[in-house]
Design a protein around this ligand. Sequence first.
Ligand code: ZN
Ligand code: ZN
Ligand code: ZN
Length: 347
Amino acid sequence: MAKNQKAMPALDAAKLRENALTSIRLGVEDFQRSQGGVSPDPARALSSIRNLFAGVLLLFKYKIANGVVDPADAAALIFNPPEILPHPDGNGGVTWQPAARFKDTTIDVATIKKRFDAFGIEMDWDVISKLQSCRNHLEHLHPAHTLGEVADFVAELFPILRDFIHVELEEEPAAILGDAWQIMLLHHDFVADIKEQCDEAWAEAGIPDGMSEWLEACKCSECASALLKPAPENVDAGDTVESDDERFLAMCVKCGHRELIAPMLLEALGKSHTYDPRDGEEPTLELCHECDREAFVVLDQACLWCRCELDYTECEDCGDPLGQEDQVNEGRCSYHAHAYEKFMSED
Ligand SMILES: [Zn+2]
Ligand SMILES: [Zn+2]
Ligand SMILES: [Zn+2]
């Protein structure tokens, strides 16, 4: 029957592999030129992300195609499966049947992930998703903003490619990627060293304990690099982020841009507490009544910046959790405070 013989585009696994490696090599070349010492070329950063993302996906597809013996099975795994379409039976009923042909398009990241899961192939999808969302927003980015971002990607991609090529392809990255591999390796080690120095410096900079986890999310607003360190002038002056937040600066190691670290930390915290009032959701983060910073976590009944906690945490009549605004009622929710007042005045 025609409907079972789903015509499929041809698949050449060796070509898939070659295209993947070429794309990655080009991506690394673009990366190197984008950074290029005296005259960095930001436009190259965009093309680098494009090529790296394409190359990584091709390499993943090659692995999937290579995991089966029959080329027809390989193609079925790589090309998007036929759409399932409704067929009315003429008597008011309907059956669902696949269209005759596989699509000409190949699978996307989400489907690659499903294939990997099915074949038990492990992958750090966080890094891949970051690369993907950057790739998807490329057209809206100012090229200069990606100079630092692409540098971070190349560093983050390095261990992923290394392990994938070793474990899943059972090949030597240096052998199949040549010079591109040496560039990635040197860059990765360089970034790892600087990152360690930055982390050590921040550990001495007096960031409130509850806030330090948000440091990871801070990025230079000029070049989007995550390699930020405490500004030397603040360190020399003995400033702490907690007490001197109005002047404590972060300095981008990549481009030298300086900006206040506290608003970046608070913004990162805020982003993890977004809510939609249209859905009837309540804010989970508030302005702290003690320190005046947007760092009071409602659920924890405590401020991540100044560590202040509530004197009264639950209503002594109904047990409901109390918030900052309930503290004036000295241990009751507004409803029971009101009831209590009424009861006392009637007395
Ligand atoms: Zn920067
Ligand atoms: Zn506070
Ligand atoms: Zn109550």
